[in-house]
Design a protein around this ligand. Structure first.
Ligand code: TNX
Length: 558
C-alpha cells in the first residue's frame, strides 16, 4: 500500500517533469516567433504594480544599448546586465557618465521620492530610453524585476534565445510594497535542502519581490547548522537513521530504512546570506526552543530534563509533536545563548527566530527538579516558566542589538518585551499582540501553510493534510479587521510556510511553493484595493512561462 502510493507519487512526479519540459520547449520556441510581452495586455507583472500606464510603442534592447549608472546604482545595474546576458547572448555595457546617448537604460538615485519609500521604484519606458528611479538600491532591484517581466518570456531562458527582438512596451510605473515583511519559510530540519537548491529558491523569491526567507534550522528530526563550540550538534544531531513513510496512523508505522541528514557549515551560511542579500532578501534563522529539541538533546543529553534516561535517545525518525524539551537549567540557558551568539555571527538579520511553538510540558511537569525551579523563581506554572525562558533569550538578543521572533505560543505566560510574534494558529495571536503594541507577522495555517494540499488529495502527491488552494492564498488580507486602526502598522507583513515533513526534495519544494508563493507575493506587495483574482490568474497564466523558462517545478494551474 505504502509502496504503491510511493510509486504513484514518483510516477506523478516524472509525468509532471516531462510535461513541464515539453511545455517549456514549446513556449521557448513560441517566444522566439512572437514576443509575448510585446503586447501590453500580456506584460503580466506579478506582483501587480501600484500603478502602470501603458502607451503605444516600444523600447528595444540591443547590444548597442548603454546602461548608465554610478555608485550604489551601478551595483544594481550590473545585476540587470548579469541577469539578461545568458538569454540575450550579449552583455550590455555599463557607463557612468550620462552623456546624451541615443538609446539607454538609466538608473537614477533620488532622495526626493518619499511616496515610494526604501523599496519602491519608478520605471519610465519610452521609445528612446528606460529610466529607473529609486531612493535606495532595493528599489532599483525591484525595478529590474519588473523590467525583466516586461520583456519577452525568453529573457528568462538560461541559454541564448535566438531570433528574439528584446522589446519593452512603453509604460510608466510607480510601485512600492504594501508590507515590509514578505516572507517564506523553508524547513531543512525535516528534509535537508542542499545549498544549491536554496540558492535557486532565493532566485525565484527575488523575481516575486519576496524579501524574507526564514530557515527552520533545528527540530526533533535534525540540527542543520554548524556550531563550532558544540560540534556534536551536527556530528550526531544532523543525522537520523531512517524516516517515517506515509502518515501517522494506528497500525504499524513504516520507515524507509535510509539514513538521512546534512547540515550547513558556517561557510555555507555566509555564502547563502551573501547570495540572498545581493537579492535584497534577509535570511531569518530559526533555532527552536524550548520544544522541538530532540536532535539537540540526542547530541547532548544533559540538555534534556532526564539526562540519564535520555542518554540513548536518537534523532527522531517520525513526524508529529515530540515531548523532549530543553531543561531550563542555568547551563542550558548558557548553551542556547552560546548557540545564538554563533548564529548572530553568521546571520546579520535584525530578526532572530527562536521558535517557541508546541513545547509539550510533560517532562517539566514530571520533574521534581523543574517544579522546584518554578517555585524558586516564584512562577505560576509551566507556562510561566516558558515565558521566563523566552525572556532570557529576548534580553540576550536585545543586548546584541537583535530582535526576538517567536511563534504565537510565546504569548503563553506573558510576552517578552521586545518580541515579534508570528501568528500561525489562526490570527488571534497576531491580533492580540498587535493591539498590545507588538510587531507581528501573519502566518496563519488557514491561508499560508504551503505544506497543505493545493488540490484534491487523491490527485496530489502525498502532503501533510489540509487544503489550501491558490485562490485562498490570494484572498488573504494580513490586516484583520480586529486590529485597532492605530495598531495596523504593527503588522510587518505575511509569510508562507513550507514545512517539509512531506517535502522530500527540492523539486517538490518548488511544486508546493509555486504558484502559491506568487499569490502570496501579491498579497504582500500590491495594494489591497487592486486585488482581483481573475486578473491575477490571467497574469499568472503568462507568468508560468517565466517559471518554466527558469526550470521551476511549479504546479500547473487547474
Ligand atoms: C506545526 S507551525 C508546526 C511545525 C510543523 C507544521 C506542519 C509551527 C510553529 N509548528 O513544526 O511542521 O505544523 O504543518
Amino acid at each position: 500500500m505504502q509502496a504503491n502510493k510511493k510509486l504513484s507519487q514518483t510516477a506523478a512526479h516524472s509525468r509532471l517533469t516531462i510535461a513541464h519540459t515539453v511545455v517549456a520547449v514549446i513556449c521557448l520556441c513560441l517566444g522566439t516567433c512572437f514576443s509575448a510581452a510585446s503586447n501590453p495586455e500580456t506584460a503580466s507583472v506579478i506582483p501587480r504594480p501600484v500603478s502602470a500606464e501603458y502607451s503605444e510603442g516600444f523600447f528595444t534592447i540591443t547590444p548597442a544599448t548603454r546602461v548608465i549608472a554610478k555608485d550604489k546604482a551601478a551595483t544594481e545595474a550590473l545585476k540587470l546586465i548579469d541577469t539578461l546576458a545568458p538569454a540575450m547572448g550579449f552583455r550590455l555595457e555599463l557607463v557612468t557618465c550620462s552623456e546624451p546617448q541615443d538609446r539607454f537604460i538609466k538608473f537614477e538615485l533620488s532622495d526626493k521620492l518619499p511616496q515610494i519609500g526604501d523599496e519602491g521604484y519608478m520605471l519610465d519606458v519610452t521609445a528612446k530610453s528606460i529610466i529607473i528611479r529609486a531612493n535606495q538600491p532595493a528599489g532599483f532591484f525591484y525595478g529590474i524585476q519588473t523590467l525583466r517581466q516586461l520583456l519577452p518570456v525568453s529573457a528568462f531562458s538560461k541559454t541564448k534565445a535566438k531570433g528574439v527582438t528584446w522589446k519593452v512596451p512603453c509604460v510608466n510605473i510607480t510601485d512600492h510594497p504594501r508590507f515590509k515583511w514578505r516572507g517564506l519559510l523553508v524547513d531543512p530540519a525535516r528534509h535537508f535542502i542542499p545549498k544549491s537548491a536554496l540558492l535557486r529558491f532565493i532566485d525565484a523569491m527575488a523575481l516575486h519581490k519576496l524579501n524574507s526567507l526564514q530557515i527552520h534550522l533545528t527540530d526533533d528530526q535534525g540540527w542543520r547548522v554548524e556550531i563550532k563550540k558544540y560540534p556534536k550538534l551536527t556530528e550526531v544531531g544532523a543525522w537520523r537513521d531512517e524516516t517515517l513513510t506515509g502518515h501517522l496512523h494506528n497500525g504499524p508505522l513504516r520507515f524507509d530504512g535510509r539514513r538521512h541528514g546534512g547540515f550547513y557549515t558556517q561557510k555555507d551560511i555566509r555564502e547563502i546570506v551573501r547570495y540572498a542579500s545581493a537579492r535584497h532578501i534577509n535570511i531569518v534563522p530559526e533555532i527552536e526552543m524550548p520544544g522541538h529539541a530532540r536532535a539537540a538533546i540526542s547530541s547532548y543529553p544533559h540538555l534534556g530534563v532526564f539526562p540519564a534516561k535520555q542518554k540513548d535517545i536518537k534523532v527522531w525518525t517520525r513526524w508529529g509533536v515530540c515531548e523532549h524539551i530543553f531543561a531550563p537549567r542555568p547551563h542550558t540557558i548558557v548553551f542556547l545563548q552560546d548557540v545564538l551568539a554563533e548564529v548572530m555571527q553568521v546571520f546579520p538579520s535584525e530578526y532572530i527566530h527562536i521558535g517557541g511553538d508546541e513545547a509539550v510540558k510533560n517532562h517539566w511537569k514530571a520533574s521534581e527538579e523543574i517544579q522546584a525551579l518554578i517555585r524558586a523563581k516564584h512562577l505560576k506554572d509551566e507556562a510561566g516558566l516558558q515565558s521566563w525562558f523566552i525572556k532570557q533569550m529576548d534580553s540576550f538578543l536585545a543586548k546584541h542589538g537583535r530582535r526576538l521572533v517567536g511563534w504565537d505560543d510565546i504569548l503563553q505566560g506573558g510576552l517578552a518585551p521586545g518580541a515579534v510574534v508570528m501568528s500561525w494558529r489562526g490570527e488571534a495571536g497576531g491580533i492580540a499582540s498587535a493591539n498590545a503594541g507588538h510587531d507581528v507577522v501573519m502566518a496563519p495555517t488557514s491561508h499560508t501553510y504551503f505544506d497543505y494540499y493545493q488540490g484534491l488529495a487523491n490527485k496530489e502527491p502525498l502532503a501533510i493534510g489540509g487544503y489550501l488552494p491558490l485562490e485562498r492564498v490570494y484572498q488573504y488580507d494580513p490586516v484583520p479587521n480586529a486590529i485597532d486602526p492605530d495598531k495596523v502598522s504593527h503588522v510587518l507583513g505575511v509569510q508562507g510556510q513550507l514545512w517539509s515533513e512531506y517535502i522530500p526534495n527540492p523539486q517538490h519544494l518548488e511544486y508546493m511553493a509555486y504558484p502559491r508563493a506568487a499569490a502570496l507575493a501579491e498579497v504582500g506587495w500590491s495594494p489591497k484595493s487592486s486585488k482581483d483574482y481573475d486578473d491575477f490568474l490571467n497574469r499568472l497564466r503568462h507568468h508560468t512561462k517565466r517559471l518554466q523558462a527558469m526550470e521551476i517545478h511549479y504546479r500547473s494551474l487547474d
